[in-house]
Each structure stands twice: as structure tokens, then as C-alpha cells.
Ligand binder design. Structure first.
Ligand code: CTP
Length: 407
């Protein structure tokens, strides 16, 4: 994955000889997984054709402002808002002047005025035009407006003169686009987070099993929050029917013992979060064949305790995660039970939630949690599982930083 994959760039091509470099720019952006939509000014159409850019980008190329079909399908405002970034290349003296003065007399300038997204300009013009006080004044105004620039570079111009005015090379423009689209708030970049989620399934015979109502939603939401903060995120997941959060890796398991093995394999990591509802027991003897009804009455299932995954990982002497977080699903004395669990399991934090009947936590979208650590108890108001996840991950970032300072 690059900073560009899945992003959309709206490329505005101005009318200058450097417009030919847009072919290479579009190609480079496309190979990095970026979607490129293009607007050509009328002058740009003299240098490159809508057909060539449409073939390269795989998208319709927009040229005129008052195109009724486009206004119905996608207005100029939508065109600029749907992009992650607007790139003006080449940004001619005329386009820069229009931008600096807020003119909007064609599709390109209207999209630039209507946008709420970052704008990157790659100026290209004759050296005298670039050095002209009017252009320098416009550049200063645009700089103050937050417009970013790449180039112009020094070099020989198409007109035979030498100096600043050459448009930056496509690879340089791609570099500038990447750094602008690089997510800023990624405190977990370079860190690994492992999360268990969902129920486990303990077979009785080839068609029956012991399990529980866990939906996995909380664990998957935590994974999405970890990805958003830049973490390498692994979900060790029991059987659930949830979409995989983009950017997370899912290891599917069935039983508690499989879940433990998968977790052990993923160690060490920075943060391990045990949100799975692990079946406490498994059947001693799994029947090879489907069990039949018998005259002697129903079978008696003899149960064995499953390994405690949280306790095992928290108790590791080597490869222990820096921070180990457990969940406590309780139906009574929620905080007191969670405090006991924190000690018993040897973890650093317990997220305790009330799963008593009527709270709708299992399978539902909301959760009311208490954070229990050695430092004390913090109770959060009821909120969506997404919000619990985001808040929790930010809290874990702080814990990780505190640990970094200690060591
Ligand atoms: N857990 C685990 N492995 C188990 C049982 C539980 O990793 N075999 C983890 C859960 O993922 C959760 C925490 O331990 O993070 C507490 O789970 P919970 O079911 O509330 O606790 P139990 O230890 O099963 O205690 P009890 O059911 O007796 O309350």
C-alpha cells in the first residue's frame, strides 16, 4: 500500500507546452493505485487531447463548464469535493492569476474556487513571466491561501531561454502528492497490534458445537481504529460474518486452542487486545460421528477447561506484548469483577462491559465500558462500539508512550 492507493486526484491541466508531461504524471499516479480525474482548460486542449488523457486515466475527461449532462451527473462542485487533492499541472501564469483573484469563468477555475481540499500547483511558464512582479504577487497570495507548490525548476525552456519556469518532473510531482496525502496522525505507524475477536466454536460432534452470541463487532471496530492510527493490525478471529476492516489482516480460527496458537505465532507485538468471547470449556471427547438419539436418554457431555489465552499471553516472560488488554463481560458487580480479573489475568488494562440481559451489548452497536487498571477506574458514557474503539486506541497510544519513556 502507498499513500496514494485508493485516493482520488483531480488533475487540472493548464495550457502550456509542459501539458505533455501530464501523460506520464497520470501513468505514475495510476500505477500507485490512485484514481485520476482530469479537467482540461480550453488552452490545454491545444497541447493535449481529451482522448489521450481519457485513455490513460480510464476516466471521462472534463473540458467545458456548462455541460448539462455533467451538471446532472456530477456538478463541478462535486467534481472537486470528491477528490482528495487537486493538482494544477501545468499551472500557467494565467491559471495562477485566476486562482489568486478567485475568478471562476471556466470549469478549471470554478472547480478550484469550489474546493475544500488541498491544492498543489506545479507552475510552468517562461522565465520572465515567472519573475514578473504580478506572478510573484499572485504566488505570494496563493501561498498565504495555503496552496502548495512543487517547482518550477531551473532549466532550458521550450522558448530557448534559461532559468526558473520549467514544470517539475512527473516523479517530483508524485512525490509532492504523496507527502500531502500521507496521513498525519499515525502514532501507531511501525507498531503491531493483535486483537482477538468473536466467539470460539468448540465441537461436540461433526455437526454440533458449543459457542456464544459474540458478534465480533467490538474487536473488528478496534481493529479498524488501530489501522486508522497506522498500526500493523492482525485480527485473530473466531467465526463471525463481518467485513474485514480495510488494511487489517484476519487469521480465522475456530476453537480456543487454535486461537491461542495463532496468538502465540503473532508474538511479540506492541499491543494485544483480547476482545474474543472465548468458550471457557470444550468437550472432552469429540464424537467422530454425528451423535444419535438414544433410548438410554441424552448424552452427558464431559467438559474440560480451555486455555486462558489472555492469561497465557500476559504471563509470558519472553515476547510479552508491551501492553495487554482484556475485556470483561459481566452481568453483575461489573467493576469489582473486572478488578479481580485484572489481577487474576496479569494484564495491564481491563475494559469491563455490562452484558446483563437488556443492555443489548451482544450483537448490538453500543457499549458502556469501564476502564480498569492498576491506576484506578474510569467509566465512559454509553457510546457506539466505533467510538469506544477510537477512544480506547488513543488511550493505548498514551500508555505506549509512557512505557517508551520508562525504558
Ligand atoms: N479470555 C481468554 N481466554 C479464555 C477466556 C477468556 O483470552 N479462555 C479473555 C477474554 O477474551 C477477555 C477476558 O479473558 O478479554 C475475560 O473474559 P471473560 O469471559 O469475561 O472471563 P473469564 O476468564 O472467562 O471469567 P468468567 O467467565 O469466570 O467471568
Amino acid at each position: 500500500m502507498t499513500a496514494l492507493s485508493g485516493k482520488t486526484v483531480l488533475l487540472i491541466v493548464g495550457g502550456g507546452i509542459a501539458a505533455y508531461k501530464c501523460h506520464e504524471l497520470i501513468r505514475l499516479l495510476k500505477t500507485r493505485g490512485c484514481r485520476v480525474r482530469t479537467i482540461l482548460t480550453r488552452a490545454a486542449e491545444e497541447f493535449v487531447t481529451p482522448l489521450s488523457l481519457a485513455s490513460l486515466s480510464g476516466e471521462k475527461v472534463h473540458t467545458a463548464l456548462f455541460n448539462l449532462t455533467d451538471e446532472v451527473e456530477m456538478g463541478h462542485i462535486e467534481l472537486s469535493r470528491a477528490a482528495d487533492l487537486l493538482v494544477v499541472a501545468p499551472a500557467t501564469a494565467d491559471l495562477l492569476a485566476k486562482m489568486a483573484h478567485g475568478l471562476a469563468d471556466d470549469l478549471a477555475s470554478t472547480a478550484l474556487l469550489a474546493t475544500d481540499k488541498p491544492v498543489l500547483a506545479a507552475p510552468a511558464m517562461n522565465v520572465r513571466m515567472w519573475r514578473h512582479p504580478a506572478t510573484q504577487r499572485n504566488v505570494k497570495v496563493l501561498d498565504g491561501d495555503g496552496i502548495r507548490f512543487v517547482g518550477p525548476n531551473d532549466g532550458e525552456m521550450a522558448c530557448g531561454e534559461f532559468g526558473p519556469g520549467r514544470m517539475a518532473e512527473p516523479a517530483e510531482i508524485v512525490g509532492a502528492i504523496s507527502s500531502l496525502l500521507q496521513p498525519k496522525d499515525q502514532p501507531l505507524a511501525g507498531r503491531k497490534v493483535v486483537i482477538t475477536a468473536g466467539p470460539t466454536r468448540e465441537p461436540i460432534d461433526p455437526v454440533r458445537f458449543i459457542s456464544n452470541h459474540s458478534s465480533g463487532k467490538q474487536g473488528y471496530a478496534i481493529a479498524a481504529a488501530a489501522v486508522a492510527l497506522g498500526a500493523e493490525t492482525v485480527i485473530v478471529s473466531g467465526p463471525v460474518s463481518l467485513p474485514i476492516p480495510p488494511g487489517a489482516q484476519v487469521l480465522r480460527v475456530e476453537t480456543a486452542r487454535d486461537m491461542l496458537v495463532a496468538c502465540e505465532d503473532e508474538m511479540p507485538c506492541d499491543i494485544a487486545i483480547f476482545a474474543a468471547a472465548v468458550a471457557d470449556w470444550r468437550v472432552d471427547q469429540i464424537a467422530d460421528q454425528k451423535m444419535k438419539k438414544r433410548r438410554t436418554g441424552p448424552p452427558v457431555l464431559s467438559l474440560t477447561e480451555n486455555p486462558d489465552i489472555l492469561k497465557t499471553i500476559a504471563g509470558k516472560t519472553s515476547k510479552r506484548p508491551t501492553i495487554v488488554v482484556g475485556f470483561a463481560a459481566e452481568t453483575e458487580q461489573v467493576v469489582a469483577n473486572a478488578q479481580a480479573k485484572l489481577k487474576k489475568k496479569g494484564c495491564d488494562l481491563i475494559v469491563a462491559n455490562d452484558v446483563a440481559e437488556g443492555t443489548g451489548v451482544f450483537g448490538g452497536d453500543r457499549n458502556t465500558v469501564h476502564l480498569v487498571s492498576r491506576a484506578g477506574v474510569e467509566s465512559w458514557p454509553a457510546m457506539s462500539k466505533q467510538d469506544v474503539s477510537t477512544k480506547l486506541m488513543h488511550r493505548l497510544v498514551l500508555m505506549l508512550r509512557a512505557d517508551d519513556r520508562k525504558s
